[in-house]
Design a protein around this ligand. Structure first.
Ligand code: ADP
Ligand code: MG
Length: 287
């Protein structure tokens, strides 16, 4: 009984001291909190790949450690960063032939490359037990080496996208302001809800942003307002403007900062990265 009271007292003192010195914050600083984000929209050509490449580069410029993963068999992200063909790629990893092996693009920016072979992966893996978790398992050993891991999803909601969602904490949806842009989104919301229920309870759509935006067009403004009505505070305030340099940079194998650092595209992706980093701090406070 005596020891019990002493222990209880010690415990209470310890709690007070920890609270006083804000131990939580110290702890968070020493543990790397990676954010794994899938950028997805099953509509093609909405700016997924452009956003993964340039948001990733913006984070790297802001001294965050970044890993970009090309989950699309078209391998546009890989090629956009100047890698034509790589022995180390996501396909071989998913097939169990190698670990996920990041390729260094420059300081703070690594990628996992894709290859056209990946187009066969959905059928080849469809009979595997736990097929939805294969990518998540592969990511686990390197997950905490990075601040941000961003996955470029294919324009479909098949097994590759399901693997990306199962391994992610968050989903960002880029939307091109077209007339029917919102209508098609119910499908992705359904898939996210199912995955949340069955495979990954932590998954949330935390960000929606417009791409190829033209402030002079009334239609674009109207659609932006509709997106806000629909997704409310999950819509990022940063709008990615239509910018020719963003469309040109991939042919040089460069992100926008190395291609044209003074372009609107470079500015917009920097603003977006900063807006996301601000939500980082909120997340850490809540953790
Ligand atoms: N903000 C932008 N301004 C101008 N062109 C853009 C912009 N974002 C993307 N693009 C171009 O639009 C096309 C589709 O973009 P992409 O990122 O490949 O879309 P997705 O990955 O969703 O298919 C590409 O040719 C790309 O260069
Ligand atoms: Mg793409």
């Amino acid at each position: 009984m005596f020891f019990y009271t002493i222990n209880k007292k010690c415990y209470l003192y310890l709690l007070i001291i920890l609270k006083k010195y804000n131990f939580n914050k110290l702890f968070i600083k020493t543990t790397k909190m990676s954010r794994v984000i899938s950028i997805s929209n099953h509509k093609g050509g909405v700016g997924k790949t452009t956003s993964v490449v340039n948001l990733g580069a913006a984070f790297a410029n802001l001294k965050k450690k970044v890993l970009l993963i090309d989950m699309d068999p078209q391998a546009n992200m890989t090629v956009s960063l100047g890698i034509e063909e790589s022995e180390n790629n996501i396909y071989k990893a998913l097939k169990g032939e190698q670990n996920l092996t990041p390729i260094k693009i420059y300081k703070n920016l690594d990628i996992i490359a894709s290859t056209l072979d990946l187009s066969g992966a959905e059928t080849e893996l469809s009979a595997e037990a736990g097929r939805e978790y294969i990518f998540g398992e592969l990511l686990e050993p390197i997950r905490n080496n990075y601040d941000y891991i961003i996955i470029d999803c294919p324009p479909s909601l098949g097994l590759l996208t399901v693997n990306a969602f199962t391994a992610s904490d968050e989903i960002f949806i880029p939307i091109q302001p077209h007339y029917l842009a919102i209508k098609g989104l119910t499908k992705i919301l359904e898939v996210v809800n199912k995955i949340k229920k069955r495979l990954n309870r932590n998954l949330e759509i935390t960000g929606v942003f417009v791409t190829m935006f033209d402030r002079r067009k009334i239609l674009h403004k109207d659609i932006y307002e509709t997106i806000i009505t629909y997704f409310q505070d999950r819509v990022f305030r940063t709008q990615i403007r239509e910018n020719i340099a963003l469309a040109e940079a991939p042919s040089a194998g460069l992100d926008i900062f190395r291609y044209d650092a003074k372009s609107n595209g470079a500015d917009d992706y920097t603003y977006l990265a900063k807006e996301i980093i601000r939500t980082d701090k909120k997340k850490n406070k809540n953790a």
